[in-house]
Design a protein around this ligand. Sequence first.
Ligand code: GLU
Length: 429
Amino acid sequence: MTTNVPLLQETGSTARDEGPLADAQAQLAAAVATLGYEPGLHELLARPRREMTVSIPLRRDDGSVEVLTGHRVQHNFSRGPAKGGVRYSPRVSLDEVRALAMWMTWKCALLDVPYGGAKGGITVDPRRYTRPEIERLTRRYTSEILPIIGPDKDVPAPDIGTDEQTMAWMMDTYSVSSGYTVPGVVTGKPVALGGSLGRASATSAGVVHIALAALEHRGITATRSTAAVQGFGKVGADAALFLAEAGVRVVAVSDQYGAVHQQDGLNIHTLQQHAAATGSVVGFPGAEAISGEELLTLDVDLLVPAAVEGVLTGANSRDVRARVIVEGANGPTTAEADRILADRDVLVVPDILANAGGVIVSYFEWVQSNQAYWWSRQEVDDRLARRMHTAWHHLLDAAAARGLTLREAATVTAVERVADAHRTRGLYP
Ligand code: GLU
């Protein structure tokens, strides 16, 4: 049954035809149609349970005051506390945060971590601010959203533009206001403050577990394969490194400034040093400069979009030559591109599985923080690998059983778990 739900009316927004929220809503609508859910349940799953938009007055270093806007959206908490990152980017909008929060709900359900989904963000280009300014911004944002976060309520983590230092400031602000230290209020903290070993590279490690499994599934030998990685940040840089360590020839990587290509394989370790020293992959000695757009259509076996949403579109996805796409970013493939890639038999491993390593180890960190008992790196890595592989095999089975693409099957599986939790709890009152 296809439903035609007027979405998000009461929160003052209508779903647009394009953009991450439209893509997220289209994926949900397709899953709801497969599952045959009634319109009321569809609407319940389509709308965020709670949203908070805050003004953040920031005192600049020169004494002037600037007022920024931040959001925290809790899409769902039927299966547990809300969970999801905080993004600092000039592109942040309420609709983007809504989409990302919904994807977190499905990701946590698909990987069976006991959380709902949330996301936060501030519309800001962090590169334009000093570190003390970012600290003040982070602390004020945290104190504005304080009533709705907490280890049992909603647990933030890093995302684009934020890092473990951001989480340390958030944890400190929350703890100071509570009067005692609350390590479980955020994940992705520095290890010295109760962060988990292996959290920093967990998303990348998960992407590579799945990429290697997906190549094998397509009959492609990893050590004879080539890859291109879009994005050289928290996810892309270590994904490229781990792919190279697994014997995959990483021939191109990009960042927001440009891309570099080297047909016999980039030395990712040296490239990471170059990027750390210069701030970009651009200008890497021995590599040819190409555009970020060219990277997406290179003749490679594996493409890992690990930057932002909406990069594989109706306009470029017919030209994609990779046979396997593993989504390191959230929402990199538009709904239209998804259809085109499925028609062309390109295997697209969806974000809610492929990049779930981060939230899995966030879950491990939360468990460790709440128990004040720390696991070894080996234990974290082994448990992460096990969860990723189990979810991958379940997803392959679900897709085959229902005759769906991997994204469709992943969304159906996740939506069903959330809906089951909701229905079992019952509607109050
Ligand atoms: N921001 C990451 C994501 O999109 C991690 C979220 C988390 O660990 O809570 O999955």
